[in-house]
Design a protein around this ligand. Structure first.
Ligand code: NAD
Length: 260
């Protein structure tokens, strides 16, 4: 009899994935990676970013995959419910949720307004929770699912001009543990990824600031910032059979920043 292979699959063939904020940056790269690993992908993004989401979906379809764009504002419960309904109508199930939508308003702590704070925390933390809750209800019925929350190294360490951002991402790291605990009996794994600085529209203003660019490079032992593709392997791995006994974990993709 042939031996069972020792390496579990890192593919997600036939599964249905939702990637929030999939019209740009990390979300686009992860949507494409999940498609390359075999999933059909719903690329969800703000109505004003739908052309970006459609561009992601088109790139996936051009490469032979299955993908479509769906409008979503993670700040609004009704929009989350409408996104879930649209994906169920189109694909019949949701196996993978990547909570990637996120914002930052870099500002000194003394200058942060209540509106800045609410904007960042509502998208990055409240949005992750209520999107997980809505999709979690579907996954509980299915008795299986994978959720990957895009936290940040800034969920573990502090950094300048990021009072609300670091607070929201630290919240995501611990929310990941709570959801992992509560939903483990339902066959749902919940993990997070903690990227370092990655070159995307979100970080443009930081990279434009010469002092900040020099400062952050000094803090990355591997000596470089990331590209969106640097996060794809961690995401696909956490969604795949190879990670079936991993839950509640935050996998750092930070070039070593948080070692120090
Ligand atoms: N770029 C980095 O250095 C870095 C590092 C660590 C973590 N992250 C996290 O990765 C995620 C993606 O960031 P990115 O760098 O690709 O940024 P990005 O600005 O390129 O993409 C963010 C996406 O989220 C969408 N979005 C924003 N608000 C939304 C809302 N209310 N509802 C739905 N979608 C919304 C945007 O339209 C956009 O498409 C974020 O959660 C971010 O905090 C980024």
């Amino acid at each position: 009899m042939a031996e069972q292979p020792s390496l579990p699959s890192m593919r997600v063939d036939g599964q249905v994935a939702v990637v929030t904020g999939g019209g740009s940056g990390l979300g686009r790269a992860m949507a494409k990676g999940l498609s390359e690993a075999g999933a059909a992908v719903a690329v969800a993004d703000l109505p004003k970013m739908l052309p970006g989401a459609e561009e992601t979906a088109q790139a996936i379809r051009a490469a032979g995959g299955t993908a479509y764009a769906v409008p979503l504002n993670v700040k609004e419960q009704a929009s989350i419910d409408a996104m879930v309904a649209a994906v169920l109508k189109e694909s019949g199930r949701i196996d993978i949720l990547v909570n990637n939508a996120g914002v930052n308003i870099p500002r000194e702590a003394l200058d942060v307004s209540e509106q800045d704070w609410d904007n960042v925390v509502d998208v990055n933390l409240k949005g992750v929770f209520f999107t997980s809750q809505a999709v979690g209800r579907v996954m509980v019925k299915q008795k299986s699912g994978r959720i990957v929350n895009i936290a940040s190294q800034n969920g573990l360490v502090g950094y300048y001009k990021r009072a609300a951002y670091c607070s929201s991402k630290a919240g995501v790291v611990n929310l990941t543990r709570v959801l992992a605990l509560e939903w483990a009996p339902h066959g749902i794994n919940v993990n997070a990824i903690g990227p370092t600085f990655i070159v995307t529209p979100l970080t443009q203003s930081t990279f434009d600031d010469e002092n900040m660019r020099a400062d952050l490079l000094k803090r990355i032992p591997l000596g470089r910032v990331g590209q969106p593709e640097d996060v794809v392997g961690a995401c696909v791995f956490l969604c795949s059979p190879a990670a079936s006994l991993i839950t509640g974990h935050t996998l750092m993709v930070d070039g070593g920043w948080t070692i120090l």
